[in-house]
Write a protein that binds this ligand. Structure first.
Ligand code: CA
Length: 266
């Protein structure tokens, strides 16, 4: 079960808004360890999916999340702080006695609310093949681009998205935190709009649920905690072949003049 939905009030262009979020991580049905980790603390919402033998994957994802949690506690979440935290995470992973395997590393995907400018904005970041989706105006879009061999083949026109499913290289990612060296994340800036909902997830969710399925559970569940629980249950029912982790963040208008919040707009 997800932890209870948490909230935080913000004001954008004199308009009161509420952020609410929930997250969950689960072993799944086939794996013996959970190598995923997540962080859902305003203003940073992150999923990390570790890889590597023995305890390596777990150490990589947890070290990275711990370093990011520290910058949330220090109150300075921006690009520079994130990249400094990632450098420290890479050192933690390299120094750990159990991470001798060169393939040890983690994906890192998520969003943070950048409040430094005149108007707060979302910034998405991505390394690897965990994903950020955005449901806006009832349309689901994948915000991040996977750093994976299969995605590169699709981009080069050598593989169709249909052929990609079950491809032997479907688990091979081309960027990670801690694998050999650290590449900076891809960033994308997104304006803040009431009604928006982000889904941040590891591939354990997207292996079991299609984009249509994700959209369906968002439509059916106005509360982030309920949506998280419904998607996890569906992923487990569909096989739970990998660790499943997801965080949902939504933006609601709290002034009475607006009805763009939740599922009431239709
Ligand atoms: Ca995974």
């Amino acid at each position: 079960m997800a932890e209870t939905t948490k909230t935080h009030s913000i004001t954008i262009a004199q308009r009161p808004l509420q952020l609410s979020w929930a997250g969950v991580t689960d072993l799944g049905r086939r794996r013996e360890t959970n190598q995923d980790a997540f962080l859902a603390e305003f203003p940073l919402f992150i999923v990390a999916d570790g890889m590597g033998g023995h305890a390596g994957g777990e150490i990589a994802s947890r070290s990275t999340v711990a370093r990011l949690e520290a910058i949330v506690e220090s109150g300075a979440v921006d690009r520079e702080a994130i990249e400094n935290a990632l450098e420290l995470a890479v050192a933690d992973i390299a120094d750990h006695p159990e991470t001798t395997d060169e393939g040890t590393g983690t994906t890192l995907t998520g969003v943070y609310l950048d409040v430094a400018g005149d108007e707060p904005q979302w910034v998405s970041l991505n390394i690897g093949d965990s994903r950020v989706y955005l449901l806006r105006d009832d349309r689901l879009v994948q915000v991040t681009t996977d750093h994976s061999v299969v995605q590169e083949l699709i981009a080069a026109g050598k593989l169709s998205p249909e052929e990609a499913e079950g491809h032997p290289y479907s688990n091979v990612i081309t960027r990670a935190v801690g694998a050999s060296e650290l590449t900076p994340p891809d960033y994308l800036t997104i304006d803040v709009r009431p009604g928006d909902r982000f889904v941040i997830c590891s591939d354990g969710l997207t292996k079991e649920l299609t984009d249509y399925g994700i959209q369906h559970f968002l439509r059916e569940n106005a509360d982030p905690g309920d949506a998280v629980d419904a998607m996890l249950a569906a992923a487990l029912e569909n096989g739970g072949r990998d660790n499943v982790t997801l965080v949902i963040v939504q933006v609601s208008a709290t002034d009475e003049s607006s009805s763009t919040d939740g599922d009431t707009s239709e």
